[in-house]
Design a protein around this ligand. Structure first.
Ligand SMILES: CC(=O)SCCNC(=O)CCNC(=O)[C@H](O)C(C)(C)COP(=O)(O)OP(=O)(O)OC[C@H]1O[C@@H](n2cnc3c(N)ncnc32)[C@H](O)[C@@H]1OP(=O)(O)O
Ligand SMILES: N[C@@H](CCO)C(=O)O
Length: 344
């Protein structure tokens, strides 16, 4: 694990909603060495509850001996604006000496996240990115960035994501926010506020990340005569507690609203017109059992991005397959790069 590095934006950040964040800090991790030609940069955009330490949460794809090996690539991942892993968010001050804003933290969009990351890119002096990759919320950022800067990225890899967040996805997120906001401690504006609601929200979200088959495989009862205390119940409880131990309700609300805001077509005529701007060679990966970002959304991306290839991954892990099925993803990527992987 590497240490997080910090970048402070040189000027206040004007958000899409009209609010301004006076100071913004972006936490990021890098691995490997930038080569002389500076053409081995792989930029990873992370999903909802992850952090910038991609080697911990995407191991199997990133790390020594894996496809994106720090021996070959200069890998960078930045924590998104609004998160709680080092970048400015609801639990951090937004100006020198101020108190955190908690539920008053302004609305952040995917475009605001991209704006912060692009400032970091400029600060680091990268004028070319070999590969931009992200799944889910990370894929939303990657698509938005690739639309905004068509010539910056050589390759774009997006998994289990979409061009515009769907009514179905927004409804899932709103239901989770309802659980958080029904927890009166949410209004306490303390780091622990809303934890009961957050636990319920994560349990609800899990249903959209997995599948009927996945629960059937991993949570089936050994004894068939139980009346209560089922394994699936204890799994939901456990997963809720696990997120509460490492996250907070205010960040969850902020990031789920950012996901809802995603629409590459906003102000650009249409989704198709926006996606047509992308010049990066693109691989779109869908997952057969993904009910949250179903294959039809990936197929739409591939239809409108001029150079896109579409592949579909057989998996019963549902949406979270993009984090879990690293062997299949590696195979798809090797084919995509046609073995042009190692840089001299
Ligand atoms: C410090 C950090 O921030 S690290 C994490 C950073 N964040 C991320 O990476 C976000 C993206 N990652 C994820 O969403 C997840 O880690 C995934 C999707 C990759 C994998 O999910 P996991 O929860 O690890 O796997 P899975 O769904 O199989 O659950 C396994 C866990 O449930 C527990 N479990 C399984 N069945 C049950 C049950 N019936 N009752 C109670 N617990 C259960 C297991 O013991 C295991 O516990 P552990 O995580 O403490 O080892
Ligand atoms: N398991 C992922 C799901 C969101 O894509 C996360 O927690 O970030």
């Amino acid at each position: 694990m590497t240490e997080s590095q910090l970048f402070n934006l040189p000027t206040p950040l004007q958000l899409e909603c009209g609010a301004t964040l006076p100071t913004v800090q972006v936490a990021y991790h890098t691995y490997g060495t930038l080569n002389a030609a500076q053409d081995n940069v792989v930029w990873v955009c992370h999903a909802l509850t992850a952090n910038a330490d991609v080697l911990t949460w995407w191991s199997g794809l990133f790390g020594p001996g894996y496809l994106f090996d720090p021996a070959d690539y200069f890998i960078i991942c930045a924590n998104v604006l609004g998160s709680c892993y080092g970048s400015t968010g609801p639990l951090t001050p937004v100006s020198e000496g101020s108190e955190p804003l908690y539920q008053a933290f302004p609305l952040v969009t995917i475009r605001d996240m991209v704006a912060a990351h692009d400032q970091l890119r400029q600060h680091l002096g990268f004028s070319k990115i070999h590969t931009l990759i992200g799944g889910s919320l990370g894929g939303q950022q990657a698509l938005e960035w690739a639309v905004q800067q068509p010539t910056l990225f050589e390759n774009l890899v997006v998994l289990a994501t979409n061009a515009q967040h769907s009514p179905w996805g927004i409804a899932f997120n709103e239901s989770q926010r309802l659980a958080i906001q029904a927890d009166q401690t949410y209004y306490s504006a303390t780091p622990e506020g809303g934890q009961h609601g957050l636990k319920a929200a994560r349990a609800m979200a899990l249903l959209s990340y997995r599948s009927y088959e996945a629960y059937g495989t991993t949570q089936a009862e050994v004894e068939g005569d139980k009346l209560d205390q089922f394994r699936a119940s204890s799994y939901q409880q456990y997963q809720g507690d696990k997120l509460v131990a490492r996250f907070n309700a205010y960040t969850y609300v902020t990031l789920s609203k950012a996901m809802d805001s995603h629409n590459v077509g906003r102000g650009r005529g249409s989704l198709a017109a926006a996606l047509k701007q992308i010049q990066a060679r693109t691989l779109v990966i869908g997952i057969t059992s993904d009910v949250l970002f179903p294959p039809a959304e990936q197929q739409l991306l591939a239809r409108h991005i001029p150079t896109a290839q579409y592949v579909e991954m057989e998996s019963h892990f549902g949406h979270d397959g993009f984090l879990i099925e690293t062997v299949q993803i590696t195979r798809f990527l090797e084919r995509f790069y046609s073995r042009r992987l190692v840089h001299s």
